[in-house]
Design a protein around this ligand. Sequence first.
Ligand code: ATP
Length: 443
Amino acid sequence: MPENLMDKLVSLCKRRGFIFQSSEIYGGVGSVWDYGPLGAELKKNIKERWWRSMVHERDDIEGLDAAILMHPKVWEASGHVAGFTDPLVDCKQCKNRFRADDPRLKGTPGEPDARCPVCGNKGTLTAPRMFNLMFKTFMGPVEEAAAVVYLRPETAQGIYVNYLNVLQSSRQKIPFGIAQIGKAFRNEITPGNFTFRTREFEQMEMQFFVKPGDDGKWFEFWKHERLKWLHDLGIRPEKLRFHQHGKDELAHYAKDAYDIQYEFPFGWQEFEGIHNRTDFDLSRHQQYSGKKLDYLDPATNERFVPYVVETSAGADRTTLVAMLDAYHEEELEGEKRVVLRFKPALAPIKAAVFPLVNKDGMPEVAKRLYDDLRRRFNVFYDDGGSIGRRYRRQDEAGTPFGITVDGQSIQDQTVTVRERDTLKQERVAAAQLDDYLAGRLAS
Ligand code: ATP
């Protein structure tokens, strides 16, 4: 059976050190993944680009890094204690567990006509039961109800509860936003599809506080900006689309919501959302904390609780999208070449330096070049195996440039630069390499 793209990517991720299963030597832990040397760089590059475009390049957004553990009342106010639940269905026969909205479920779970999609038995599915997705733990030494705290299931609440602190300390005026990157945890019922749905993941969220009435305009603005950001990341536009939430999908407090979907090998799925959350969150925190969170508009002297337009992206899902979109296979000199065509700015390694052979002064020159370049770029030195094999390893890592020091380099201080996608080779003066790479890596 031909392997599908997901299987190929999972195996490449392990082989090259992008992503490993958590606690693998103990048999792994369900739907938790670790980023290896290349994956850590890739995900960091994506997060840095997000931070740059959301925080550094804008005057009206401030950054925040709130704690994972929060006062338990936060989650009552946010609605998570009462409502962050998924209905789940169990098969009594094979013990598999499904979300009640799993499209593979046919018939009515709990009724004799329903068939288990895994073992195929009829009448073995339980009626849906509600299951809260928050991880609970205890603060302090005593494991009692009063000490329960939650691992945050989203980063947004850290922003809401700090809204006044940021507003006052940064001297921002509405409209303005707060951006944050951080871990979130959800005890998902049916995790899977590699890093698509995991129990521990990272979010990149931005909450933009606006005057009620201006929310529609800002919602359109952020929809447009976020799609543009993904295009700039190099994701193929034809693989991206918006999906507007219908009445049945929309959270009760939300006025409008769009998912940005990517065409994954397992179908079109969300990896970022833009939501108009109205004044729900700040009003609830005002109510539960007893602290005023309204805003006095200095221009009009009006008081109002701001509306929030949120952009909520998963760093792991975006990283998965970047890898799937970059994955290519082609025939080269009668062999299969696997190449990750990352945009250079995203690539974990920017260039690899190779001595053609390990003699005649080539390693010394190549090492010197490598030491020069590493001060500015994440570069890699490789002198193991044939030059073809070394190129192929870097293709799989998505390294945009291969720099080879050969016999001619010793004579005239030039090197060969091989371009990953076009396979074009050109000779460049070693002294010019720094600028040559900087120019090509900027995008
Ligand atoms: P889904 O319907 O897929 O569970 P959601 O609508 O609950 O997602 P949000 O609460 O809007 O997702 O979270 C925003 C983003 O956080 C998602 O678009 C996704 O990128 C990321 N995310 C949410 N849950 C997970 C998860 N279990 N694993 C990885 N990323 C996640």
